[in-house]
Design a binder for this molecule. Sequence first.
Ligand SMILES: [Zn+2]
Length: 435
Amino acid sequence: MPRLLPAAFAALAALLAPPAAHAADATVLECGSLFDSRSGRMLGPHAVTVRDGRIESVTAGVAAATPGADRVDLSAHACMPGWTDLHVHLGSQSSPQSYAEGFRMDPVDHAFRAVGYAEKTLLAGFTSVRDLGGEVAPHLRDAINQGLVKGPRIFAAGKSIATTGGHADPSNGWNSMLSHLMGPPGPTEGVINSIEDARQAVRQRYKEGSDVIKITATGGVLSYARSGDAPQFTGDEIRSVVETARDYGYSVAAHAHGEEGMRRAVEAGVTSIEHGTHMSDEVMRLMRERGTWYVPTIHAGRFVADKAREDGYFPEIVRPKAAAIGAKIQDTFARAYRAGVPIAFGTDMGVGPHGDNAREFLYMVEAGMPAAEALQAATIHAATVLGVDDQGRIAPGMRADIIALASDPLEDIDAVMDVRFVMKDGTVYKRPDAR
Ligand SMILES: [Zn+2]
């Protein structure tokens, strides 16, 4: 290292020092309107004071001057709690190359891509996500929490739990040589075939640092296998997952398209049903009774149905499933909403392109849900599904996860596609350019 003169060293130190703002300084957001996620109503002008990553105060009207505070003029904007997407896969994004890339790319390649996906998701207004399957997410979560990468707060499932040949069996589609070399995957790799395996798989996820447990209760659209509907766990196996998960304070999210697998998952006590494509009236009744959440992921359905029309986008074994299941999810969502099933927001992004998450709101509204309820699904209800009580609302003591849109989404839901301001844990990631 070259020797520095004292004066030069002091100048360099001053350059490298953090900006003059103190950690205790407040940020005041002057909001033109404020979405109350409890009542589902848009309120008039409010000032929101943020300090140390938390909301300190929320006052109606125009902000009084706070000495030393950083003021953000959002008087032409609609403020609301940062959104949560309860179903993403930040470790991947589908493309015609996805299946071949599974054999060519290393985990670090996926991790580098995930860095960009995480930032796009945050800047689209999603300050939290639940990542339901993928080994990148727990590590990405830690990197984001350490401030190394910009992204949403991640609640990660880690490896999904499947059964042999089921959706999320990591060896599906392998040739015989690879299968022979690697041997059949077991609970460590997330594949179970007994209640003992189920316990071991949950405990393995605990060991690896998962925040939530994901199972694939039926076949899936994009896996290299014929059926998207067949039940793939016995009731006892799911009960074993749920009971073990409870020991560790975990909730369980169940991917399900077919009716029988869905019923078994709901009866076994899972927290949420993901996709829910062939949900019958009977299962809807059961979910309403038991308070099981439905996370519809309409975006993924629309996306794969669309891509199934393109030659070569999906392997031929996947194509008919994508066409049939994809087209149905939005109808199921409409029926479930009318039937009073509790609904929370999720897109299955990673099927569709990361950063396009808010389009799900448009699909929800198109299918008959009022805009206010769609926004509640991604704020206050999403927090309930996550099992946390310090996000999803703008109120004193809550995490300072706040976003602002250029116009009122209750008047025109298209406003959700134009997020102008993003704050997570009190740090501003996006500001309106006009001053
Ligand atoms: Zn998924």
